[in-house]
Structures are given as structure tokens and as C-alpha cells.
Write a protein that binds this ligand. Sequence first.
Ligand code: DC
Length: 231
Amino acid sequence: MAETARRVITLDGPAGVGKTTLARRLAAELGLAYLDTGAMFRAVALALGEEAPAWPDERLAEACRAFSFALRGAGADTALLMNGRGIGPEVRSEQVGLMASNLATKPVVRAFLKSAQQTLGRSASLVVEGRDMGTAVFPDAACKFFLDAAPEERARRRVLQLTEQGQEADFEAILAQIRTRDEQDRNRAAAPLRPAADAILVDTTSLDIEGVFAELLRGVQTRCGERAEGA
Ligand code: DC
């Protein structure tokens, strides 16, 4: 079995489906590091600014080469560093999410981050979340999940999350943002969002987080043996 086949668990799916909560929890449960590849796209998008997707490829590739990534620790507390500094909550806004989605249509940026993600995957056993982890970045992973839920349900969850954080949240605006990002992430030419042929599909629309987590644990046991890190 290839190294990645026993050491990487992939969670892909659209915005707002619960990947971050679930991937963190799975990493904690299994004692693996946790990698949020959306945070890599977000951090690069924020650093380069809104105009970056319009730059010529050479300029974009050159700008990307200034970024390096590392992981520290394991489980839910795994820290993702860019150029030696932790990627913080400043990347979490809906606006930066859309900037990341725009930048993610650029093949040169995807190629750069794919290589960085694969390097991180060689440095530690991982639970990794994103859009193309099971299809493009870790195609040999033994354990792949694709989470999905109706856009309305994802918007409802996001509103709840923002309200709990004391932030204002408008359901219709969030639903529109989710639809825009879905459209772009699913239809871009470079590594579009879609399930890998061998991914376990989990529709979370009518499941709570405990129900989804139980399905993930069952999948891990079936595909990777009892404990993923012991493989
Ligand atoms: O998972 P997220 O919402 O933090 O991701 C932000 C954007 O980054 C998402 O809309 C598309 C892009 N992305 C991607 O194209 N591939 C990934 N593996 C992760 C994120």
C-alpha cells in the first residue's frame, strides 16, 4: 500500500457542510494532525488581494513562491502556519471565502498549493479537508469521504454559527453566497468539486453532527482498519 493510502483521510464537500468541525474532531479521535486546505487558499487570497486572479500566470506563480506552510501539533489543536505564523480568524469571513474561491480557479495557484499539501501529507498522518483532496491531491488515500447537504440547510447552519458568535447574519445573503461559491467550485475547469469514485458519500442534510461523526467513524473502521494511525 502506498504511504498516503494508510496515512491520509480525506473529507471533501461544498462550503458550509460541516467539514471543519468534523475533520478536527476526527483528527482528535484518531490522534492525527488536521489540515484545513481551505485555510491555505484563504490565507494566500487575503495576502495577495482581490486583484490577484486577474494577474498573468507568471506573476501569480512568482507571488505564490513567497509562501511556505507547516503544521505543528496534532488533533483538534493542530496549528497551520504560513511563513512561520499561525493563520488566524481574519481569513474566516464570507468575503475572504469568495476571494479564495476566485483564486482557486487559477491552475497555477492550485498546482502550487497541491504540491504544498502533498508535502504536508508526507510530513504527518493527516485528516485533510477541502474540495479536491480525494480526487486530485491524495488520490491514493484509503479513506475518502464526500459530505454534502442542501444549500438551504448549509445556510441555516452558517446563520446559527454566526449568531452564536454574536455576529449579524442574513439568511438570504448567506444562501446567495453559498450558491455562488458552489457554482464556481463545482464548475471550474481545474480540479472541480466532485466526489472521488471511491469516496464514501454522506448526505448530512437530515443528520446532526453526532450522526455524521458516527458515519465517519464507521467508514474509517471499514476502510482503514480499527485505528487509522496504527496502520
Ligand atoms: O473550505 P473553505 O470554505 O475554507 O474554502 C474556501 C475556498 O477555497 C473554496 O470556496 C474553494 C477553495 N478551495 C479549493 O478550491 N480547494 C480546496 N482544497 C480547498 C478550498
